[in-house]
Write a protein that binds this ligand. Structure first.
Ligand code: FAD
Length: 472
């Protein structure tokens, strides 16, 4: 490996490969280090339409389209007292994909290589060397096919290490887990399952069960990913009641007519996998010379399949921030402020929607109304409110934020002595403080700078070709 690079990316999942690709396409020297050798297994198969927007930006869309993944036209929810169809048809990209992640992630990483990223697989970042608060270099160890070791210095670090969370878990130790989402997921893969004739092609099925819910995701290899999410307390109770994880899982499927019907003529092909405690956010998403993207920064319960959206969207925001800072279009502090605010806004809006849906008996009108409160549009009838929900849960509301920053933020001149402070709309501040308070019991401190109305809010989105889709 080289001994220095402009940008070091830790992790080659969707977040790492997206950030690395965008920066390499902007002409920067990017090195990506990935512990595993791809293809490797990963959970997280159902994508949102917003991902197609990012695939366009990275130039990987054609490769993903050509691979033959199952197209996903939407979803079907059998939730509390209601059931309804989520249809992506009105969106700019009226579909997304249900992907086998080992194949999807591999394609993205190979694409990163083709765009000039120096990729080292089977190599682990072991430690970071700091100069004050700023990481300056990293030590690495080859863990597959050899045992070479070395050190690499960098100008910027992108932590895309997923749940391992190199910076948040090992250095800042500031990852906070959500009490409300102390859930356990149990899943496996089926063959010979049915399809939903009443939902768009390739739709994800989401069915509620007492204290939890199930997903059904049809994949292009003919299998279906079927998973159960239960609150930890219920899971512990059921551990006493049932002999095995598989029995808990099969019992839940039996109690959910939507999923039971899909698998009734199918066969469970694989052993059961499980994960727990997976909703969290780091105390800060960026610091001097570094950015946390994807699961390394935060994760929301998988109910709305937002993981890869958050990973690729944050990677795009991060690439824009680093590119603009390295080119001197904005200061490093402005870049960080932009990233922290944009990413948190995206995260908190989706978190609010997911939290609302866990109130299973509130009903769909309540979820749609809530979505409308969290968008920038005024909708006056119930159909339009459903549209608000569609835009939020497809990730497209976040894409719109990035495209229309002028509408909500009074834009100052980007740099120079005559730059004016940016006014953050009251509504955004209120929402931000509300959700910070609800989820973490701490009001957003102006001292942290993210919503303080300072010049840190320069919308890099306007300035940076990575975000606007323009190439230099
Ligand atoms: C039960 C469950 C269901 C889910 N379902 C969905 C879904 O349907 N749709 C969806 O969009 N998302 C889903 N997700 C979320 C999704 O899996 C993640 O959000 C997504 O994979 C995040 O991508 P990432 O690139 O941030 O991290 P990852 O994909 O985890 O990639 C991180 C990479 O970093 C590497 N790494 C870690 N440490 C080091 C190190 N020290 N040195 C070098 N490399 C390192 C790892 O090997 C890994 O390859 C689900 C999650 C769970 C738990």
């Amino acid at each position: 490996m080289n001994s220095s690079t402009q940008v070091l990316v830790i992790g080659g999942g969707p977040a790492g490969s997206t950030a690395a690709t965008l920066l390499a396409r902007e002409g920067f020297d990017v090195t990506l280090v990935e512990r595993d050798v791809f293809p490797r297994y990963h959970i997280g198969e159902s994508l949102l339409p917003s991902c197609l927007e990012i695939l366009e930006l990275t130039g990987a869309r054609e490769k993903i389209e050509a691979h033959g993944f199952q197209r996903k036209g939407g979803g079907y929810f059998a939730w509390g007292k209601d059931s309804w169809v989520l249809d992506f048809a009105p969106l700019r990209y009226p579909y997304s994909f249900q992907v086998v992640r080992s194949e999807f992630d591999h394609l993205l990483l190979e694409h990163a290589k083709s765009q000039g990223v120096k990729v080292f697989e089977g190599t682990e970042i072991r430690s970071l060397v700091f100069d004050g608060d700023r990481p300056r270099s990293a030590t690495w160890l080859q863990v597959v096919g050899g045992s070479d070791t070395g050190e690499i210095s960098f100008d910027y670090l992108v932590d895309a290490s997923g749940r391992a969370g190199v910076i948040a878990m090992h250095y800042l130790k500031n990852r906070r887990y959500h009490n409300a989402f102390q859930n356990v997921a149990i899943w496996g893969y089926w063959t010979g399952t049915g399809r939903m004739s009443f939902a768009p092609e390739g739709a994800i099925a989401n069915g509620a069960v007492p204290d939890g819910w199930l997903w059904g995701i049809p994949l292009h290899d003919g299998t279906m990913s079927v998973g159960l999410v239960l609150h930890k307390t219920t899971f512990k109770e059921q551990r006493q009641q049932f002999d095995s994880l598989e029995q808990i899982y099969l019992n839940a499927i039996d109690s959910c007519p939507l999923i039971a019907d899909l698998v009734k003529s199918g066969k469970l092909l694989t052993s059961i996998r499980t994960e727990q405690d997976y909703s969290y956010i780091a105390g800060s998403l960026t610091g001097p010379g570094y950015f946390l993207v994807g699961d390394a920064a935060c994760f929301i319960d998988p109910l709305l399949s937002t993981g890869v959206h958050l990973a690729t969207h944050s990677a795009m925001l991060c690439a824009a921030s680093i590119a603009s800072a390295l080119r001197g279009e904005v200061t490093a502090q402005q870049a960080r402020g932009f990233f922290e605010q944009s990413y948190r806004q995206t995260y908190l809006r989706l978190m609010a929607i997911v939290a609302g849906m866990y109130q299973q008996y509130d009903g769909k009108e309540s979820y749609f109304w809530q979505a409308q409160q969290l968008t920038h549009h005024d909708y006056d009838d119930s159909n339009a409110m459903m549209e608000a929900w569609l835009y939020v849960v497809s990730g497209m509301e976040d894409v719109k934020d990035r495209e229309k920053p002028r509408r909500d933020w009074q834009v100052a001149r980007p740099i120079g002595a005559d730059a004016q402070p940016i006014a953050v709309p009251d509504r955004a501040v209120l929402l931000y403080n509300l959700f910070e308070t609800v989820f973490f019991g701490t009001a957003m401190s102006p001292a942290r700078g993210s919503m303080s109305g300072s010049a840190m809010h320069e919308p890099i989105a306007i300035l940076c070709p990575v975000v606007s889709g323009r190439r230099r």
